[in-house]
Design a binder for this molecule. Structure first.
Ligand code: SAM
Length: 243
């Protein structure tokens, strides 16, 4: 992967960045996403924020090698502290971090959000707490996508602050739009997750004395939700699940 050829994951993230955006890519690492978008003329300005020195330097290098230093500002900063009011940021991407980390970044510096920015989030796990934060902060999920690359399952969540919105516990867990669309990537992810959780529960059951009851109940509930979802899909599309 580089600034010319993005991974499938980042390419799908790129597709959700509105044309002509002023993008803040927080946790940018090499800066591939903003540089690729700028090279294509898809965005007009960008900030690449990094908290760690090595990726910050890598982003600086990518920007300079592409002669984009007047269009992309690389900043060494924690989370949304990379964004300044005069940047006029219209979209923020936070990708390739755990969902809880993305949530904490948003929560810790939400005073820097003016509410007009589109959020394009690609958590590596922890989607449920991230969706919970979005709901609690009046963000509506506009688009969701599940994909698999190099044997990893990823989700992309796109949200705007539109006002109060309520999602059910199952919607927060599966994604309100993903659980409606039920794409093959989404169903395959949950089929694999079901097997994994069933194996874990079997282990829990064997070692019941040492396992907190609360944990067992939580896992049992997740297995029930996933089974109900997959059974409904199997009824609607018999034969989808072969493994
Ligand atoms: N966004 C790129 C992607 O999706 O390919 C890079 C993902 S990389 C795995 C995560 C990056 O987030 C790291 O470079 C890390 O230094 C950065 N990061 C983690 N916490 C951060 C924070 N609080 N503020 C800014 N960057 C952060």
């Amino acid at each position: 992967m580089n600034e010319q050829t993005l991974s499938t994951r980042l390419e799908r993230v790129a597709a959700h960045v509105p044309a002509g955006a002023r993008l803040a890519d927080i946790g940018s690492d090499h800066g591939y996403l903003p540089v690729a978008l700028m090279r294509r003329g898809a965005i007009v300005a960008a900030v690449a924020g990094e908290v760690a020195l090595t990726p910050y330097r890598a982003a600086m290098r990518t920007v300079h090698e592409n002669d984009l230093q007047t269009r992309i500002c690389v900043r060494l900063a924690d989370g949304l502290a990379a964004i300044e009011a005069q940047d006029g940021i219209s979209a923020i991407s936070l990708c390739g971090m755990g969902g809880e980390t993305i949530r904490d970044i948003l929560e810790d510096s939400k005073a820097r959000l003016n509410g007009q920015e589109r959020l394009i989030l690609q958590p590596n796990g922890g989607e449920q707490p991230l969706r919970q934060w979005l709901m609690r902060n009046d963000y509506r999920i506009l688009c969701e996508e599940a994909l698999r690359e190099n044997r990893f399952d990823y989700e992309i969540i796109v949200a705007d602050r539109t006002g109060p919105v309520i999602y059910t516990d199952e919607e927060l867990y599966f994604g309100p739009l993903l659980m409606q669309a039920r794409t093959p990537a989404f169903l395959d992810k949950w089929q694999r997750a079901l097997r994994r959780k069933q194996r874990t529960l079997a282990g829990f059951t064997r070692a019941r004395q040492t396992m907190p009851e609360e944990k067992v109940q939580d896992l049992t509930r997740q297995i029930r939700w996933i089974s109900v979802l997959l059974n409904a899909c199997e009824k609607a599309h018999p034969g989808h699940f072969t493994g």
